[in-house]
Ligand binder design. Structure first.
Ligand code: RIB
Ligand code: CA
Length: 314
């Protein structure tokens, strides 16, 4: 019998984060969401926390506990991505004040306290935004490390190049110092980089299938994607945009959709042109110890089939 994965979802909604949230909330047999922490990223923290709560409303989970975490990266000023996600961060749907409450406690304190009170190897951290909250939690309280079973994150790039600079993916670029802390923490890490997320494109046929689901979230998720995909469609001249963040949750539900390679990954924190670049030792030329399972292929049709099957449960 599969034991439910106990996760803390750390996100910066963001339309693709929102889809990841919906998928996680639908997978009640496989995933227990202990809490959701918002981080500054796609849009400032006051909006990412509001958007996370709004997505809980849309998924009819106003019982979900949502925290606001860090409002800026560890060492840099915040870089946001309204050009992709819109001013609200969730352009594509009507933005209203959420019913789901915001918890008082700081998100980083929540992560620390939840991990410290958990059994060893029991907590799965799922960051889908800049790694500031996770990096701060590890930096402030290293005793949480034995409690972390796995970190399944969206971030990084090798073959696909950068999406915010020529060499860096957005989540890692925004807070490279936090990413370095996470990548060097010694706990099992699965990285869903652009190399794999660029294989799951929101084609017209796939978005129509989501809209036509017998699900309360089909219409809002299709509308969110239709706003979100326009930027990448124009940039990459493709039918559809990469659906980045839900890859983390799909991995938790059905890992064999993905193929992984154990590699060493370091982050450039000092480069003039290469801040946030993930230096992936794909062919083990440095002898540096592997610290990451790097996802490099995905069954894209299987991914969208899983997404539709689970969204239909809401
Ligand atoms: O580079 C893609 C990542 O940056 C996704 O997590 C997206 O939501 C943004 O946070
Ligand atoms: Ca995100």
């Amino acid at each position: 019998m599969n034991i439910k994965k106990q996760i803390i979802l750390d996100c910066d909604p963001g339309q693709d984060d929102a889809v990841a949230m919906a998928l996680a909330m639908a997978a009640t047999d496989e995933i227990e969401i202990l809490g959701i922490t918002a981080v500054a990223g796609n849009v400032p923290l006051n909006l990412t926390q509001r958007n996370a709560r709004l997505m809980c409303d849309i998924c009819q989970r106003t019982d979900m506990i949502v925290y606001a975490g860090a409002e800026k990266p560890m060492a840099h000023s915040l870089v946001t991505a309204e050009h992709v996600h819109g001013k609200s961060g969730l352009d594509g749907i009507d933005i209203v004040e959420p019913i789901t409450p915001l918890q008082e406690k700081h998100g980083v304190d929540y992560i620390i306290e939840t991990c410290l009170s958990a059994a060893d190897n029991s907590i799965t951290l799922v960051p889908t935004g800049p790694l500031t909250n996770i990096g701060l939690a590890i930096h402030q309280e290293s005793n949480i490390l034995p409690k972390i079973k796995e970190i399944v994150l969206m971030g990084g790039t090798l073959r696909e190049g950068g999406n915010i600079t020529p060499s860096a993916e957005f989540n890692i670029y925004v807070d490279p110092e936090a990413a370095q802390i996470v990548l060097r923490c010694g706990r099992p890490i699965v990285m869903m980089s652009l190399d794999v997320t660029h294989q799951v494109l929101t084609t017209r046929k796939r978005v129509d299938a989501i809209r036509n689901l017998d699900s309360t979230v089909g219409e809002p998720i299709a509308s969110l994607i239709e706003f979100y995909e326009r930027y990448d469609e124009e940039k990459y001249h493709l039918d559809g945009a990469p659906l980045h963040d839900p890859c983390t949750i799909a991995y938790l539900i059905k890992p064999d959709l993905f193929s992984l390679k154990e590699v060493n990954v370091e982050v450039e924190t000092g480069g003039k042109f290469t801040r946030g670049a993930t230096v992936v030792d794909y062919w083990d030329v440095t002898g540096r110890l592997p610290n990451v399972q790097w996802a490099h292929t995905v069954d894209a049709n299987g991914f969208f089939e899983l997404l539709n099957n689970y969204l239909s449960k809401i």
